[in-house]
Ligand binder design. Structure first.
Ligand SMILES: *Cc1c(COP(=O)(O)O)cnc(C)c1O
Ligand code: SF4
Length: 347
């Protein structure tokens, strides 16, 4: 239908309506920074690094929500928040042992988007999309297009789950499952609710912290629904990520009765010192979140510059033990391809 055949004021309303229907969080996603030269401009970064950053972003796109800039120092490529999202020339280097599928995801894929590695739990890749692109992401080379259980292909994954009576917990992962809107999530909840042996749902997401508006009233109702014991595992690596609005979003989840845990990745130049790790634990707890895991970096191609050696990692977590109550010390873990659980190194 042609809009030009309508009266002008009506055409204007129609043209505006898809935008008006978008929730604030969806507008924040759409408005995120994807262009390296814009990022360099906004943060007044040294232009000499731009060509390499752009080449790195051609391999794995640059992406971060605009509000994160408020917590980043200008002119500082090494800022601990920015370092996680800034494409850099170091990603283009090849390193022995760093591969495109470091944790054996392709091996564990049993149906479209379903990963079964650990007893009693299955991980459902709900979408390939994320609101931020973390440069060290272990799925930066994962073939999402084939593997995520999208709207048309949940059937295969649900069918496997329905027959796997030993599975009592489904972990929604991605990508970021909270990139799906409340309606899609409600549909997924309804389909999972029909499988009686599934008792727990877990949502692995970075959204409450990177786009706090994502914690809508509708989402809280869904997560608090009594059919499942539901937990949310967020991903925060530095206390600078816990701005007031992010902490408030985490508090809303807690007040709705949802267990909120955090997993971090130990990253060179971001959180590789005791002081930073202790501050992170304390700020998380102030927002109602318990530290769960501190992951050793998975050796994914393009992320070698983030690696912290195992001895150093163990020493860092031991030092945390000397400074904090036990419940604020995360378990230092490593993913071992093919193993039946994550390997605990300390904590
Ligand atoms: C980490 C992980 C889990 C969950 O492990 P927990 O120790 O229960 O947090 C489940 N499936 C996969 C594939 C994982 O990588
Ligand atoms: S939010 Fe998680 S899945 Fe998405 S890019 Fe970051 S680490 Fe990867």
């Amino acid at each position: 239908m042609s809009l030009s055949s309508r009266r002008p004021e009506k055409a204007r309303i129609i043209a505006r309506s898809p935008e008006a229907r978008q929730a604030a969080w969806q507008r924040a996603v759409a408005d995120s920074i994807r262009d390296t030269s814009q990022l360099f401009d906004l943060l007044r970064l040294e232009p000499a690094g731009l060509a390499a950053a752009t080449a790195a972003a051609d391999r794995f796109a640059c992406r971060l929500p605009r509000r994160l800039l408020d917590g980043i120092a200008t002119g500082t490529a090494g800022d601990p928040v920015l370092r996680q999202f800034l494409p850099s020339g170091a990603e283009l280097e090849a390193h022995e042992g760093y591969t495109t599928d470091p944790v054996g995801d392709l091996e564990a894929a049993r149906a479209a988007g379903l990963l079964r590695k650990y007893a009693g739990r299955a991980l459902l890749i709900t979408t390939g999309a994320c609101a931020v692109h973390c440069r060290y992401c272990f799925r930066r080379h994962f073939p999402y297009a084939e593997q995520h259980a999208g709207r048309d292909s949940w059937d295969g994954a649900l069918d496997v789950l329905a027959h796997a009576t030993e599975i009592s917990e489904v972990i929604l992962s991605g990508g970021d499952p909270l990139m799906l809107d409340d309606e899609r999530l409600a549909e997924l909840w309804r389909l999972l609710a029909a499988i009686p042996h599934i008792r727990r749902l877990r949502v692995h997401t970075r959204m409450p912290v990177v786009i706090p508006d994502r914690v809508t009233a509708g989402l809280l109702r869904l997560l608090a629904a009594p059919r499942f014991a539901t937990s949310v595992v967020v991903h925060v690596n530095h206390s600078n990520e816990l701005a007031e609005d992010a902490a408030a979003a985490l508090q809303r989840l807690r007040r709705a009765g949802i267990g909120v845990l955090n997993q971090s990745v130990l990253l060179r130049g971001v959180n590789d010192d005791t002081e930073t790790l202790c501050a992170l634990s304390e700020e998380l707890f102030a927002a109602g979140v318990l530290p769960y895991y501190l992951h050793q970096l998975d050796p994914v191609a393009g992320a070698a510059h983030f690696a912290v050696g195992e001895q150093e990692a163990v020493a860092l977590v031991r030092a945390m033990r000397n400074r904090l109550p036990g419940y604020l010390v995360p378990r230092l873990v490593r993913e071992v391809p093919g193993a039946s659980a994550k390997e605990v190194l300390a904590g």
